[in-house]
Design a protein around this ligand. Structure first.
Ligand code: CO8
Length: 260
């Protein structure tokens, strides 16, 4: 399927989604949201696709934020009635059960940083810059940034970022735990696709369960999270891939996965 504001392609079991409004530094407007919702739904529904990568077109930006020009015209009633930001959480962050990676190739600011943080993890180019500069527009993060950034980097750094609007470079973001790994700019997409292919080669139900377990750590206390982990582990032991994985190890061969 083709979209107005994003590009999609599949390479074997990996779906690559590229935000494609380079003239606006890939700013996130209403059409981007609709296109991303459809592309992620397509990825979820296609059994041949087992991991996705989201990146930005051009050399400069992953996404420089929600589209300020689109939002400048709106009043409080528009924001309340359209509930634009809620759909990012319900239809992107929470709707995708398969693993996906944000490959941040430049600015990830405001909504762009918030979108990257919805991914399962972030791989960053050494030229990436992260920030929540909404305060400079007289507002604040609205797509989960104040919560996800704080969970990722802790109160002190998140507070400093939100209150000053300053950008954080890739190395600082890695030290702070916001990104999994920094790679040279020119190698970002190759490395992200390679990482995604590794994940796509894993037993896919186990990948989904691993994702669900780690995400539970952000929503439960420790005792509940550990109980949840144990139950999911027990469910996985009934899977065909568990029997195959253990047999393959004992027989010293590669596993052949069924994804169930
Ligand atoms: N929205 C719309 N257009 C954008 C955005 C954006 N977030 N960011 C950049 N653009 C456009 C510019 O307007 C410019 O377009 P044009 O050539 O037509 O003027 C084009 O992209 C290139 O940008 P610059 O010329 O500014 O490029 P620079 O290299 O000089 O600067 C920056 C790059 C530093 C990234 C700069 O563009 C910038 O500061 N962008 C805005 C970053 C920002 O504030 N992001 C947060 C947005 S707010 C948000 O995400 C949460 C909700 C806030 C609600 C707001 C209600 C009013």
């Amino acid at each position: 399927m083709s979209y107005e504001t994003i590009l999609t392609e599949t390479r074997d079991a990996v779906t690559l989604i590229t935000l494609n409004r380079p003239q606006a530094l890939n700013a996130l407007n209403g059409q981007v949201l609709e296109d991303l919702i459809s592309a992620f739904a397509e990825f979820e529904a296609d059994d041949s696709q087992r991991c996705a990568v989201l990146t930005g077109s051009g050399d400069k930006a992953f996404a420089a934020g929600a589209d300020i020009k689109e939002m400048a015209e709106k009043d409080a009633a528009d924001f309340y009635l359209e509930d634009f930001f809620a759909r990012w959480t319900s239809h992107v962050a929470e709707a995708v059960r398969k693993p996906w990676i944000a490959a941040v190739n430049g600015f990830a600011l405001g909504g762009g940083c918030e979108l990257a943080m919805m991914a399962d993890f972030i791989l960053a180019s050494d030229q990436a810059k992260f920030g929540q500069p909404e305060i400079k527009l007289g507002v604040a993060p609205g797509m989960g940034g104040s919560q996800r950034l704080t969970r990722a980097v802790g109160k002190s750094k998140a507070m400093e970022m939100c209150l000053t609007g300053r950008m954080m470079g890739a190395d600082e973001a890695e030290r702070a735990g916001l990104v999994a790994r920094v790679v040279p700019h020119d190698e970002l997409l190759t490395e992200a696709m390679k990482t995604a292919a590794t994940i796509a080669g894993m037993p896919s139900m186990a990948a989904m369960v691993n994702k669900e377990m780690v995400n539970a750590a952000f929503e439960t206390d420790l005792a509940q999270g550990i109980r949840h982990e144990r139950r999911l582990f027990q469910i996985l032991t009934a899977s065909e891939d568990k029997a195959e994985g253990m047999a393959a190890f004992i027989e010293k061969r590669e596993g052949k996965w069924k994804g169930r």
